[in-house]
Design a protein around this ligand. Structure first.
Ligand code: THU
Length: 231
């Protein structure tokens, strides 16, 4: 249906590469691909990636377009956002969301601006992220959904947006949470960060105004790995 992005990096365990597009009320199309993790339950489905990207851009999910495979929990997402099937993927005049921000002069200022996009009906706890690639920066904010388990942290919104749009080569992730004394990725994000960007750094802008820099490898000593699961 449409160009598949980053096949090898997304469904490396099952080979079930799926792509989903969500059209927001703005008319913009948000692409999501399936992003698996060696810890299978941390897998981000294509529709989850697309919906969280849409919501985290201040948009409202309206319609879905699928490739030949159904994403996991399609019915749950359709019901939650009253999504309509978009039918055939539009071939012309497609306004595809490109998350790339090319130049950022002040990280903290941009992270603060991004927190206004956090979708936080449950926690009222904003988190923002800027994922640094060699082409620019991919923003992410935390997105909470009716089902607490199906939302995504800011880090994983940034990662899934980046991979879905074909960006890779991640150098660092910049994080901010105004209400955290010490902002630090949760355990699930550490597992995903370690798999996707093991040689990168995290730059943390804490709520108390201090800053610290860390190696992703230091966040998860003795992280889970197994040759058996590699394809
Ligand atoms: N959250 C993040 O976005 N990143 C983290 O590393 C920690 C937690 C979000 C998820 C949820 O929206 C809220 O913070 C409370 O858990």
């Amino acid at each position: 249906m449409t160009e598949m992005v980053n096949k090898s990096a997304s469904a490396s365990y099952s080979g079930r590469n799926t792509t989903c597009h969500i059209r927001g009320a703005s008319g913009i199309l948000y692409r999501g691909i399936r992003i698996e993790n060696i810890s299978y339950p941390l897998t981000i489905s294509s529709i989850q990636a697309a919906i969280c990207s849409c919501l985290g851009n201040g948009d409202t999910p309206m319609e879905y377009f699928l490739d030949d495979q159904e994403p996991e929990l399609l019915d749950v997402w359709v019901k939650e956002y009253d999504l309509k099937p978009g039918g055939k993927f539009p071939q012309k005049n497609v306004d595809l969301y490109d998350p790339l921000e090319v130049s950022i002069t002040d990280f903290k200022e941009e992270l603060v601006r991004l927190t206004s996009y956090s979708v936080i009906p449950n926690s009222d706890f904003a988190v923002s992220a800027l994922l640094e690639t060699d082409q620019g920066f991919i923003p992410g904010v935390n997105v909470e959904t009716g089902s607490w388990a199906l939302g995504l942290c800011a880090e994983r919104v940034a990662i899934s947006r980046a991979l879905s749009a074909g960006y890779s080569n991640f150098k660092a992730i910049h994080l901010y949470a105004p209400d955290a004394n010490f902002v630090s990725p949760c355990g699930a994000c550490r597992q995903v960060l370690l798999e996707i960007m093991p040689n990168a750094e995290a730059e943390l802008y804490h709520g108390d105004g201090t800053f610290s820099r860390h190696l992703i490898t230091d966040f998860l000593p003795f992280g889970f790995t197994s040759h058996k699961l590699k394809r």
